[in-house]
Structure formats: C-alpha cells, structure tokens
Design a protein. Structure first.
Length: 294
C-alpha cells in the first residue's frame, strides 16, 4: 500500500467515520471502531474498543467471515499519533451493520450506501483533486478574481453560474448580503484590503463573507481562498478539524459586525502543515460538512 494514503472523513449525525483509500485494490477502507461507536451510540472510545473485542471473538467462534475481512491500517487518533486500527471495506461495513439489529443501523446503512452523485459530492471530489493537480497554486491569492477561479473549478459543470458574480440580491437567515448593484464596488474595495497580518487576512475574509459574491457555494470557495492567503503570507493554514461546526457558524454570523471571535477561533486552529496532503483533505471534508443542512 502506498505511503501517500488518501484519508477521508465522512459525518453521520455529527460523528466522524474515518476512511482510507487503497490504490492497489481501488477501494475505501473504513474504521470499524468509528462505525461500532455510531451503531452503539457510544461516545466512550474504551467502551467501543471493548465491545468490538467482544463482538470479534463472538463472530470468530461462529466462523463468521467478517473478522477475516478486516485489515489493519494506521489512522490518526485524537492525541495526534497514528495507531493501527481495524478497517473494513464497504461490503464488510454492510455486513457489520447487520449485526446491530436496531433502527440506528438501518439509518446508518441508508446513509452509508447512498451514492454521492449530488452537486456537493461531485464538487467535493473536484476539491480533492485541486491538491493532486497542483492547480491550487495557479490561482490568484487574496483577490476576488482568485476566488472566482476557485469557484469556477469547484462548481464548473455543476452550476451554470460557476465562477460568475451574482446579479441578484440574496439573504440567509434574515441577513442581507451586499446588494447585487453594489457588489462590483464592494469586491474592488475588498481587493484593496491589505493581507500582511492574521488580523488583516481575517478582516478580508469576513468582508468577503458579507459580500457573498455567488448564488451558491460561497463558504466552500472562500475557505480555500482563506487558506491560500494564510499559506502565502504566514506559511500557515487552518486545521479545520479543530473547529466545531457550531462554533464556526456562530463566529461567521458575529463576524458581520465584529471579526474578533472569528480571529480567535482561527488563531487556535492554525498549523504550519501547509503542504500536508492529509491536512488539506481533512480540511475539505470539514468545509463541506459545515455546509450540510445550512
């Protein structure tokens, strides 16, 4: 198995399901412990591990093929270290869920077996390939044109307005974004804003959020735009997995009047791992997760 593993995180009811792509067999392997924790509705990692140990022994006794279908791969744990953990492919996950005769297992399987051909699913795959293709380094940094380039790439072929500044006024949750007729002037002003320090970059990011220049896909595009500014100016990027969805959403709402809360939130999650593939992929997973049901 290649050392350049593709790591992905999916979310079921706000719980992580970690996955690793195996080039050799062209398939994803999923963390058994993450799934057992979800199916048992058990947040305690030790209890989850003990239950899986018990279930594994029981299945072995019954000569169930599921145990022999597991493989062990290294995954990053909450303490920042990598540990070998049991993994199953998608057939194995389906078989595992059938050992949990509860409604939760049925809902989990519905979610797990859902083929992600949605706009979000396809756009997310494009976001992954941005890193692989090195195209991410060709975009203008910190300009509205650069943001349009990101949006055009993420949503090209999915939205007919990909990369295009909106010509209609929009609002969300009662908040009115910059009126369409003022958008051109506003974007010119944002382009002129400095981006030398973290404070300046966050101010610029908050201003772009208030502008919301596209009909859809603003959050996903501007988070990549933000990371590119941080990377170029400060040699840092955001470890988005350290920022809870609720905290991020609240900070973004407050940033329409004061970007201080957002600044503190971003500051605590900065990392120097700017060229780390896993950090980028995880960032995309979280970025798309923030947008779910919003």
């Amino acid at each position: 198995m290649s050392s350049q593993l593709k790591i992905s995180i999916r979310f079921f009811n706000d719980r992580e399901v970690r996955a690793v792509w195996d080039d050799a067999s062209s398939k994803w392997w999923f963390s058994v412990l993450d799934i057992v924790g979800i199916l048992n509705e058990e947040p305690d990692y030790t209890k989850v591990r003990n239950y899986w140990k018990y279930l594994k022994a029981k299945l072995k006794k019954e000569n169930n093929q599921l145990v022999s279908a597991t493989t062990q791969l290294k995954l990053l744990a909450a303490d920042g270290k990598k540990y070998k953990t049991d993994m199953l492919d998608s057939d194995g996950v389906t078989a595992l869920a059938k050992n949990f005769p509860n409604i939760k297992a049925m809902k989990f399987l519905d979610w797990f077996l859902y083929s992600d051909t949605s706009i979000d699913g396809q756009s997310k795959k494009k976001a992954y390939t941005l890193f692989e293709s090195n195209l991410i380094n060709q975009f203008e940094v910190g300009t509205s044109k650069g943001l349009q380039q990101i949006h055009a790439y993420l949503f090209g072929g999915l939205y007919d307005f990909a990369g295009q500044i909106r010509e209609k006024s929009i609002s969300k949750g009662g908040y009115q974004f910059v009126y369409a007729q003022h958008l051109k002037t506003t974007l010119q002003q944002i382009d002129q804003m400095p981006l030398k320090t973290l404070d300046e970059i966050i101010e610029k990011y908050a201003a772009m959020n208030k502008a919301h220049p596209f009909m859809e896909g603003n959050g996903r595009s501007t988070r990549i735009w933000l990371d590119l500014m941080l990377k170029k100016q400060l040699k840092k990027c955001v470890n988005w997995s350290k920022i809870k969805k609720e905290n991020y959403m609240n900070a973004m709402i407050i940033s329409t009047v004061d970007s201080g809360v957002l600044l503190q939130l971003i500051q605590t999650a900065l990392t120097t791992k700017i060229n780390d593939r896993e950090m980028y992929m995880k960032g995309i997973d979280y970025s798309y997760y923030y947008e779910e049901n919003n």
